[in-house]
Design a protein around this ligand. Sequence first.
Ligand SMILES: O=C[C@H](O)[C@H](O)[C@H](O)COP(=O)(O)O
Length: 280
Amino acid sequence: MYGRLVLTICRLPLPSSSSSWSSSLRATPAPSTATRAFSLSEAMASVAKGKRAAAFKAIDDHIKDGDRIGIGSGSTIVFAVERLAERVKNEKLSVRCVPTSFQAKELIISNGLVLSNLETDHVLDIAIDGADEVDKDLNLIKGGGGCQTQEKIVAFAAKKFIVIADDSKKSEYLGEKWKTGLPIEVLQIAHKVVKAKIESSLEGTADLRIAQKKAGPVVTDNGNLILDWKFDAARDKDWSQVNGLLKAIPGVVETGLFVGMTSCVYFGSPNGEILTINLP
Ligand SMILES: O=C[C@H](O)[C@H](O)[C@H](O)COP(=O)(O)O
């Protein structure tokens, strides 16, 4: 629970051009389409400031010379890799990076970092990644970008797993804010069997994730499909048990539930304030 964890709040300096949620929310009455579009892009920029603040602080607090680092996927990790590349260059650090996706591999290469893999480095000093939702016990939903399987393997291989996110991802319980469902990676042959089993034995619906710019389903970096399971959000769910039930269905490769894996979370807010939650 958040009450039992170690909380730290600090503030990183932000560029003076930064705008706050309150300034974008004040810009009403009866906004034109252009005003609405501007407010939306302002809001997105504010969220990005929170992600950047969290990512920079996590890299500054945790990375040291010689580290073997798992690199997560998504939009927040982009800022972490940017800061990591700066530190490697300025401090002449020698680190090796293991990616969790095609995107992460490209990020590592394009930032001039040393690319490794789990065959060369099967024990990692640290893994850093984003999350779609974080509950009060630091359990996570991941996989909004379809990368949860490699992300979970890399996090498991790491001595410390650090999560970076903007503060909109902080929830009391999983499903409180994340409404698009728990991502579950399945073998192609099994997607209808797994869907039917989840819907009959658990609750809710498990929908095949459909691609936006391709006909048909999203295909993961591992050649599999994704079911997004929309469950009834409740405070008292035993997520470890739910994960076990899902993993026991033949054809399920991995779920986006990360239970009891997180060492520390950094939540960044648009004004640069950072809430750090450490497990004691
Ligand atoms: O599959 C994607 C990953 O689990 C991401 O780490 C997660 O969706 C969070 O992404 P973002 O940093 O873009 O919020």
